[in-house]
Design a protein around this ligand. Structure first.
Ligand SMILES: Cc1cc2nc3c(=O)[nH]c(=O)nc-3n(C[C@H](O)[C@H](O)[C@H](O)COP(=O)(O)OP(=O)(O)OC[C@H]3O[C@@H](n4cnc5c(N)ncnc54)[C@H](O)[C@@H]3O)c2cc1C
Ligand code: FES
Length: 365
């Protein structure tokens, strides 16, 4: 048995070592020369092969959503590869449905440009731009959430739909030697088109959020690309039900400000889930908004209210509060933004009440 285990370990070590050598050889020795990338059959780029499809397109100012920054974990970077992408990699498999397999959908961050390649991307991605901006202000909203206001420099204006997001690029700092990009929902209104506002929660040891919290200062120059995403208010007569936790407040704030007339016409309720009073923010802004728009209700809920905050609002997990206060599915649309766990649990509550999936929209992060 010992000899068998030793042989298995030896073979695993050998194949692991071989894989590492192949990757190093591919990075250092391989020369793929010039390759042609044909996009949507009518646009052609001549590029130097060897890089990922995602990075190659970005170098040519075509920006594919890539919320995880190319780590192969978000599945936002899907494109159709019609020819030349090589076989699907094992790490792509979990993110591709049978339908997507059949359509030759791939994760563009995992596809390497090694030969001429033909791809198809949604036409609206040609409108995504790279922006230069200056940090106008950084404001503490809670102990672990900051609001960033970025004044646009080049281009000077941005067009987006309330609810969409941008990808902020970091600069190298400390032990982080490379710049990364991360997705952040636009918290400002599209009418305020000379600047953008982001609401960012600190993730302990997170590359981008540590940079924002510890290294970014007012007056610094930053770059971001956008806008991306399909989380925006749909045209209908349905009551608008917003649900958010933590920094998920951002896109809902943008939607409320951009669509105040729709809020008046359709009616809206915004459920915001937090742990304790320390995790609440922008409550005054919401109170003012409710005064100006009688058809709007802000419903914050604390899951662990402490004695010192003298809480007299809703108590419990946001799912329990929704279960209590959303009477029947009726004519309602649900817009959710928060952690995947919160979103899954809320969607289950709505489904149990008979809400059709078509009336539920979300961005999870
Ligand atoms: C469409 C979209 C919109 C988003 N909008 C916002 C927004 O408006 N505000 C905002 O604050 N964030 C938002 N995010 C999340 C954001 O993109 C980053 O994932 C997050 O800020 C962490 O980045 P980081 O570089 O600091 O952490 P990383 O260096 O990427 O991660 C460090 C570690 O923390 C883990 N981790 C990553 N994210 C979280 C998390 N949220 N909670 C707990 N652990 C985590 C990772 O698995 C990793 O182990 C959004 C994400 C998406 C996909
Ligand atoms: S960029 Fe996130 S999976 Fe490709």
């Amino acid at each position: 048995v010992d000899t068998f285990i030793a042989s298995v370990l030896f073979l695993s070590a050998m194949s692991g070592g071989l894989a590492v050598l192949l990757v190093i050889a591919d990075m250092t020795l391989a020369n793929y020369g010039e390759c042609k990338v044909t996009i949507n059959k009518d646009r052609e780029l001549t590029v130097t092969g060897g890089n990922s499809l995602l990075a190659t397109l970005a170098e040519n100012k075509i920006f594919i959503p890539s919320a995880c920054g190319g780590r192969g974990t978000c599945a936002y970077c899907k494109v159709r590869v019609l020819s030349g992408g090589g076989p699907v990699l094992p790490m792509e498999e979990p993110y591709l449905s049978p339908d997507e397999h059949a359509q030759n959908v791939r994760l563009s961050c995992q596809v390497k440009v090694r030969e001429d390649i033909e791809i198809e991307i949604p036409a609206e991605l040609f409108d995504v731009r790279e922006f230069k901006a200056v940090v106008e202000s950084i404001t503490d909203l809670t102990y672990d959430i900051k609001e960033l206001r970025l004044k646009l420099v080049e281009p000077e204006r941005i067009e987006f739909k309330a609810g969409q997001y941008v990808q902020l690029c970091t600069k190298p700092y400390g032990k982080v030697k490379e710049s990364v990009s991360r997705a952040y929902s636009l918290a400002s209104s599209p009418a305020d088109d000379g600047a953008i506002e982001l609401i960012i929660r600190l993730v302990p040891d997170g590359i981008c959020t540590t940079w924002v919290f510890e290294h970014l200062n007012e007056g610094d120059e930053v770059t971001f690309s956008g806008p991306y995403g399909d989380f925006y208010l749909r045209e209908s007569d349905a009551e608008i039900i917003g649900v958010a936790g933590g920094s998920g407040f951002a896109p809902i704030r943008s939607i409320l400000h951009a669509h105040a007339d729709e809020v008046d016409r359709r009616g809206a309720r915004f459920f915001f889930g937090a742990c304790t009073g320390k995790d609440l923010f922008l409550t005054e802004l919401m109170a003012e908004y409710a005064l100006a728009h009688p058809n709007f209700q802000f419903i914050p809920a604390l899951s662990e209210p402490t004695d010192e905050c003298l809480w007299n609002g809703e108590e419990g997990l946001i799912t329990d509060v929704l279960d209590r206060l959303i009477e029947e599915p009726g004519n309602k649309e649900f817009y959710l933004c928060g952690s995947p766990g919160m979103i899954d649990a809320c969607v289950k509550v709505f489904q149990s009440k008979g809400v059709p999936d078509d009336n539920i929209f979300y961005d999870s992060f």
